[in-house]
Every structure is written in C-alpha cells, then in structure tokens.
Ligand binder design. Structure first.
Ligand code: AMP
Ligand code: MN
Ligand code: MN
Length: 327
C-alpha cells in the first residue's frame, strides 16, 4: 500500500479516461496532462485531454503529439466518447476546470493529482503534495507505479512540466528530488537544449513590444519592494500581441533587484482580469491571492477579478502592502 495504490487500481480497471487541467494552461498543466495521456495510451486505454481554451503559443509545439499517433487526437475541446474516469492534473480547485466541471463530475470515478495548496479536495481520490516542485514530479511517480516505461516523449513532456514550474530550476520550489527526476528524464534521451530554446528564447516581436509596454506602465511601491503592472485588451491589439503572450510578463517584473513581490494584471478577452503574483524570498503571495478570492503557492499565486482594471490594481496593491507590512 502506498499513496498511489487506489489510484493505480482505478486506472487499471478503467478503459475510457479523460484528463483535465486548469484553464490558462502553463507548461506543468500541459506537460503533466500530455505525459499521462501518453502513458495511458501505452496501457491501451482510451484517453484524451479535454481543453476549453487554446494552448498558449510558446507551448504549441506540444501539439505535435496529435499528428504523430493515429486515431484520437491528444487535445480535444469536446469529448469523443463517454469517460468513466476523470483525472484532474495541476488543478488546485474545481473552479479552475471551469466549464468542463460537468464532464468531470459526470464520471463514475474522479482523481486529482496536484501540488497546489488545496482548501478542500474536490475528487474522490487525491494525491496533493504542495511540496512537489511541479505536478510533473507526481505524474512521473504515477507513471512508474503504473509500470509504463518513460520513453523520450513522456520524458520531454515531464521535463517541460518541471522546467517551467521551477522557472528553469531557479525558483525556491526547486528541490533535490526534482533534479533527480530530471536526471532520469535525461537518461530517456530528452532534447533539453531544444526544449529550453523553444520555451525561453523564441519570442515573436510583438511579445518583446508587450514586455517593453509593461515596463513603461509599471509602478513601484512599498519603497521598491513591490511592483505592479498591467495590460489591457486594447493595448494588446494595438501592439499586435495576444493574451497568451502575457505569461512571460511577470518574470520581467520579477527581475528588478529591490522587488520582493511582483504583480501583473491582464485583461482577458471576456473582460475578466487575471492576476499573477510572485514573491522572491519571504512574502506569502498565496495569502494575498486568497484575500482576493484566488490561490496558488506561497511564492506564486493568482486570482481573477470581475471589476474594472483600476479597481483590480487598487485592491491588489492594498493586499500586497498588508502582506509586506507583516513581513
Ligand atoms: P500564474 O501566475 O497564472 O502562473 O499562477 C501562479 C500560481 O497561482 C499557479 O500555481 C496557479 O495555479 C495559481 N493561480 C493562478 N490563478 C489562480 C486563481 N484564479 N485561483 C487559484 N489559483 C490560481
Ligand atoms: Mn499550472
Ligand atoms: Mn504546477
């Protein structure tokens, strides 16, 4: 008996599986989902990843899997069959499955594999480890428990998951275990140099313009310990950038030497405003996010607003100042 025993049993007895991950997908979301989908298909299972938004541009190369294997695509926006087992990966609460929650809850069995700080478990069987650097680490363990060999494709998916969630092995969530797992992925022949270049060093010109814009609009506060910036849909259109390009902006703000907490607000196509926050070494941005109705991790968290941009900025600044006054 270990933490995976029940989950492995459930997967082994289920033939029709759906994998779900959080909206506004990042590398851990897509990499974990894709690695698991590969493994399940190696086991002869019918399995797809159900999405409701588009894969962001910098991760679109991961769509390649679709064309390599005949039959069902990996990523679908509508279920091509009725699933009996749902596996949510990298998803800290049911709200982040958004419109697909009906599909998730209609499954006879529901599993969650995740590393967010969860307030309440929304699946029947959960492995949730906030100390794991990425959900990709947990999926690596699960695939081993399932007895599926880690081939190059699975290893590359897991590498993308771990590399992106640890900011290329630089964030404070990077652990010895994550290096040890990564060493195993190297043994499977991953092209780590190709993946690093694709994800970190290949930007469209409009994204460079976007990064310049957010520097123009940023405001430092709390004596330079905090910085906030934002982007609107109108401005994105003006510079020819798309919403998915905004994911790199928070890392630009994080570079400022005096900054402990950075916050970036982006207006979504539907008018909602998504907040991303990072803390460098001592502040708890999960607490800030929770106060704003969101969540995440201690040093990386987010929330969603349905108020005008000025109000979202004001609220975020207020809660960050409260957090920094505690530190
Ligand atoms: P991001 O800034 O989008 O990379 O998100 C940072 C962390 O916060 C990730 O672990 C997200 O899963 C989490 N997060 C982002 N937005 C939300 C939200 N609206 N509710 C709960 N958690 C969130
Ligand atoms: Mn994620
Ligand atoms: Mn993650």
């Amino acid at each position: 008996m270990n933490k995976w025993t029940d989950i492995v049993k459930l997967i082994k007895k289920s033939d029709d599986i759906v994998i779900l991950t959080h909206t506004n997908m990042d590398g851990d979301a897509i990499g974990s989902a894709s690695a698991l989908c590969h493994a399940l298909r190696h086991m002869g299972k019918r399995s797809v990843i159900l999405l409701e938004d588009d894969i962001p541009g910098y991760l679109r190369f991961m769509h390649d899997h679709d064309s390599k294997e005949g039959g069902l695509p990996f990523f679908v926006k509508e279920m091509p069959y009725e699933p009996h087992l749902a596996v949510a990966v990298d998803c800290g609460d049911a709200g982040r499955i958004e419109k697909r929650f009906d599909v998730f809850s209609s499954c006879a069995d529901r599993i969650c594999v995740d590393h967010h700080i969860q307030t309440e478990h929304f699946a029947d069987y959960s492995v949730v480890e906030p100390d794991a650097s990425a959900t990709g680490i947990l999926i690596y363990q699960l695939i081993n428990e399932l007895g599926v060999p880690i081939d190059k494709e699975i290893a590359e998916d897991l590498y993308v998951a771990i590399m992106t969630d640890t900011g290329c092995f630089r964030y404070s969530n990077t652990t010895a275990e994550c290096h040890l797992v990564t060493a195993e992925l190297y043994k499977a022949g991953i092209e780590f140099d190709k993946l690093g270049t694709l994800i970190y060093d290949t930007l469209p010109l409009s994204q460079i313009k976007l990064e310049a814009m957010i520097i123009v609009w940023m405001e430092l506060f709390e004596g330079g310990k905090a910085v906030i910036s934002y982007i609107t849909q109108d401005k994105l259109k003006e510079i020819g950038a798309t919403y998915d390009m905004t994911s790199s902006c928070i890392d630009v703000l994080r570079k400022i030497d005096t900054v402990e907490v950075c916050a970036f607000l982006k207006e979504h196509e539907d008018g909602s405003i998504k907040l991303s926050m990072r803390a460098k070494s001592y502040a708890d941005v999960n607490r800030v996010a929770r106060a704003l109705g969101g969540g995440g991790h201690v040093r990386a968290a987010g929330a969603t607003f349905n108020v005008p941009m000025e109000e979202a900025i004001r609220l975020t600044r207020e809660k960050i100042s409260e957090e920094l006054s505690r530190c």
